[in-house]
Each structure stands twice: as structure tokens, then as C-alpha cells.
Write a protein that binds this ligand. Structure first.
Ligand code: AMP
Ligand code: MG
Length: 362
């Protein structure tokens, strides 16, 4: 909110006074530095608090270059490292990747295992068949039942991937990697590390559906909001603690409209078909890749099964919105949410997570 009237004038006078009084200049807070970058096919906004402008801009430039490289390396359908790996897998060959790629693949494999395969970046061929791989929204008809059945029967699984150091191979040539469901979260984790290495302590990184914070905004925490999947607006706000990441998977982001039906871009690896009854899942966690992967996995799990998958993935803060507008959340998440208007758009039903042991994969 912008300060107005007498208060605003007083604030201006105070700022001017401090600026003019040489001896007090050190007390004057440095203004926030924010920049919007177009990266990963989305706008990435970075806001840095409490750092000199030159230092903040140099840090943002480093993040920009890094994310640009990751977008290139991690793109499954444009010439680059991942596309080459996918070609090698299809040919039954092993392929040597660089260390960051080996790390993100190992992370994806572990997250896929923890999600009981509901988050599975090995289903790239299904994603492509539905047309969700392109930069533009897909058009035309959905793939035929026969094609879907053939792709599902090939059972591509992230756990087919064997990663030995930087050498990667798959025991199943049907594996085609698409990192789209956790790339943003993983990239924001790396961007956060870049900012830290550049001496930044307080920042917020926001990339369409994913937001991650470092430190605070001075005396107050960083405050963010969760988008309303049905209307232009937000369903709730929350304050993020240092190091937290909040990711939302929503079927409003990418979809296929065909024959009066809207097909979500999130696919159930078990059926090869889009998720139908869930419109948005938000996960708050200490790690971007985990929050992003879990938001996708819980969308697939749906209303009946999400608590089991959340527990297996070790995430405690979840908000789900169904196609009917029902809101469900874990008690831990509910305790963090505040309504933005008078109240939440619907009552939030609380669901406790079961005690489950995390799935084991090799
Ligand atoms: P997100 O918006 O994070 O939920 O990611 C969705 C994107 O991940 C889709 O556009 C696909 O590229 C890919 N995807 C869809 N379904 C899955 C799934 N079950 N597991 C992994 N990746 C998926
Ligand atoms: Mg995701």
C-alpha cells in the first residue's frame, strides 16, 4: 500500500533529511532491487532486500545466466543436453551428463520413488502425445486410447534410470525425461544458492507458480499469496519463513481444450490421462524441488490418496482445491494461511497425514 497524505509527506521528509545529513547516510535503508527476467518459459521475478544496488544487480545477472543455461540444458524437446540424453536412452545407450544434470536426475529419481511414482519425469512421451511439451497451448484432439494404452504399457519409470556418477542409462528405452514438473523448483533452489554465494541474504524469487524466499524483508517476513484457480484473485496469503518454498500446481496454467472438455497438463502415469478432479495443489516445504514435485504428485493422487503421498514425500504443508471449489489442507498449512478478504472462498477441511514410512527404491 502506498503511504498517503501527511504520513507520506512525513516519510518523504524523513527520507530526504537522512539523505542530506551526511553523517546519517549509513542509517538510510538501501532500496529494494527487483528485476523481472523471462526464463524457463515464464517470468521470474527477483526482489532483493538490504543489499547495495550494484551488488544486487550483479547477483541477479549471475542468476539470469545460470537459469538461462539450465533452461537450455534441461529442455527435453530442443537441442541440448537432456534431448541428447533422451535420444541415447531411446537407442539403449548410456550417456555422460554434466554434474548438475546428474544431480537433478538423482533428485528426480528419489522424489519419484517417494511419490510412489505419481510424480514421474520419465513420462515425457506421454506429455508429448498430449501436446503439453510445446511452448504454446496444445490444440486438436487428445491422443487416441490406443496410443495412450501403448505408452502406458511401456511402463516408463524414473526408477528405470541408473545413474553412476555422471553416466546415465535406462533399463527401459521407453523412458523419455521431461523435468517440467520439478525444474522450476530445482532451478529456484540453485538460484538461491547463487544469490547466497553473491552475498545476498534477503530475497524473494517468484516464478509462475513457485516462490522461494531467503531471509526476510527487514523486520517483516516475506508475504505471498496463493492464486484463486477459478477467478482473478487469491484464495489466501501467508508469510514465508527463511528458506521456505511454496509451489502450486494448477490445471489453469496449461491445458488442452477439446470437444468442450478441458484436459489438465498433469498426467496420471498409471493411466496416461490428465488429472480431472483437482484444480490446484499448493505445497510449502524447505526445498523448491520437493515442493514442486509434491504439488504435481498430490494433484495426481487426488482427494482420496493425497495424504498418503504427502506423508511418503515428507511434506507437511498442503492446500488442495477441488474442481467443485472445496478446500482441504493439513492442519500445519491451515495454521499458516490467512484470508485476503473477509474469509476464505470456502471452508477449509482439515486432514491429518497418516504415519507411513517412505517408500524404498534403489
Ligand atoms: P507442474 O506444473 O509442476 O505440475 O508440472 C506439470 C508439467 O510436468 C507438465 O506440463 C508435464 O510437462 C509434466 N508432467 C505432467 N504430469 C506429470 C507427472 N505425473 N509426473 C511428472 N511430470 C509430469
Ligand atoms: Mg510441480
Amino acid at each position: 500500500m502506498r503511504p498517503r497524505g501527511a504520513l507520506a509527506r512525513a516519510a518523504l521528509a524523513l527520507a530526504a533529511g537522512l539523505a542530506l545529513a551526511g553523517g546519517m547516510r549509513a542509517l538510510r535503508p538501501v532500496p529494494d532491487v527487483s528485476e523481472s527476467l523471462y526464463l524457463f518459459g515464464t517470468m521470474v521475478e527477483i526482489e532483493i532486500h538490504g543489499a547495495e544496488a550494484a551488488k544486487a544487480r550483479a547477483a541477479i545477472a549471475a542468476v539470469d545466466a545460470h537459469l538461462e543455461k539450465l533452461h537450455h540444458d534441461w529442455h527435453a524437446w530442443r537441442p541440448g543436453e537432456l534431448e541428447s540424453l533422451n535420444a541415447a536412452i531411446a537407442a539403449g545407450e548410456s550417456f555422460t551428463v554434466d554434474a548438475p544434470m546428474a544431480a537433478v536426475l538423482a533428485q528426480g529419481k528419489a522424489l519419484s520413488c517417494a511419490s510412489d511414482g505419481l510424480f514421474d519425469p520419465a513420462i515425457g512421451a506421454l506429455v508429448e502425445a498430449w501436446g503439453f511439451h510445446a511452448d504454446t497451448l496444445p490444440e486438436g484432439d487428445p491422443p487416441s486410447g490406443g496410443e495412450i494404452a501403448r505408452l502406458v504399457a511401456a511402463h516408463p519409470r524414473m526408477t528405470d534410470l541408473k545413474i553412476a556418477g555422471q553416466e546415465v542409462r535406462s533399463t527401459n528405452p521407453a523412458v523419455q525425461l521431461d523435468l517440467g514438473a520439478y525444474a522450476k523448483g530445482a532451478a529456484l533452489d540453485l538460484a538461491e544458492a547463487d544469490l547466497r554465494a553473491a552475498g545476498i541474504t534477503d530475497a524473494v524469487l517468484n516464478a509462475g507458480g513457485g516462490v522461494q524466499v531467503m531471509g526476510s524483508h527487514g523486520a517483516r517476513p516475506w508475504r505471498v499469496a496463493i492464486r484463486d484457480p477459478f477467478a482473478w484473485g487469491v484464495v489466501a496469503a501467508l508469510e514465508l519463513r527463511p528458506g521456505e518454498a511454496l509451489h502450486t500446481s494448477g490445471n489453469y496454467e496449461r491445458y488442452l481444450d477439446a470437444g468442450g472438455v478441458r484436459f489438465s497438463h498433469i498426467l496420471d502415469p498409471r493411466t496416461g490421462r490428465p488429472v480431472t478432479d483437482i484444480v490446484s495443489v499448493s505445497v510449502l516445504a524447505q526445498n523448491g524441488a520437493l515442493a514442486d514435485a509434491a504439488a504435481t504428485a498430490l494433484s495426481v493422487a487426488g482427494l482420496a490418496d493425497w495424504p498418503r503421498i504427502a506423508a511418503g514425500m515428507g511434506v507437511e504443508n498442503v492446500l488442495m482445491i477441488t474442481g467443485e471449489g472445496k478446500m482441504v489442507a493439513t492442519p500445519a498449512m491451515r495454521a499458516r494461511l490467512t484470508p485476503v478478504g473477509d474469509d476464505f472462498p470456502a471452508p477449509i477441511r482439515l486432514v491429518d497425514l497418516p504415519a507411513v514410512s517412505a517408500p524404498r527404491c534403489d
